[in-house]
Design a protein around this ligand. Sequence first.
Ligand SMILES: Nc1ncnc2c1ncn2[C@@H]1O[C@H](COP(=O)(O)OP(=O)(O)OP(=O)(O)O)[C@@H](O)[C@H]1O
Ligand SMILES: [Mg+2]
Length: 211
Amino acid sequence: MLIEARGIVHRLGERTVLDLPDLTVDAGAHLLLLGPSGSGKTTLINILTGLITPTAGEVRIDGRSMSGANPAARDALRRETIGMVFQTLRLIPALTLRQNLSLAQTLARGRSDAAEAATLIARVGLAHRADARPRELSQGEGQRAAIARALAARPKLLVADEPTSALDDANATTMVDLLLESAAAQGSTLVIATHDRRIRDRFAHTLELAA
Ligand SMILES: Nc1ncnc2c1ncn2[C@@H]1O[C@H](COP(=O)(O)OP(=O)(O)OP(=O)(O)O)[C@@H](O)[C@H]1O
Ligand SMILES: [Mg+2]
């Protein structure tokens, strides 16, 4: 079991923003998180990745406790097992796209692989922008770059928050293809939060959060 979330409840002040039935996802399986704006998709992703601590409940990732771990152990668990694509891009501004991928490979796997980085950059349709810096990319290009960077780390768990929100239909389809193919090749588990109905029918396992 790659993800095990039991009894997760999250409150902010008086409001319960998340009250989740037990959730388990096997290694290599995928989960699509659906729900309207404000339903708690990003909150759940932040809880699964240990960026916030739930008010109640336990999260285990790859058999290790995330919610119960101290900050250093959480950082280690996240670094070793999780790749993230955020709603706001987290590419390093001073580095080109190619350098961002190289750094991601080095941090996750101890070495860079220029050929693989170039392949990923080409797969997201950015070969002509490989030496551009993040601020020189359009929103959709930036989103594709962030997906390539996350895949470069070959994480066991790849978590993406609205990865297709800035993409047109053709690019959204390409991105979902790329995520599914890469996950299959790497044996990764995908968790994708979206309100993008275009990608819904590509996933067998969906969790719909209520408004
Ligand atoms: N730091 C915070 N303080 C107070 N309320 C918050 C905070 N973060 C999130 N919320 C509230 O928690 C609820 C869930 O937010 P969340 O960001 O998880 O929704 P979402 O499903 O990701 O929405 P979207 O589709 O718009 O990204 C919302 O009502 C939001 O206003
Ligand atoms: Mg969100």
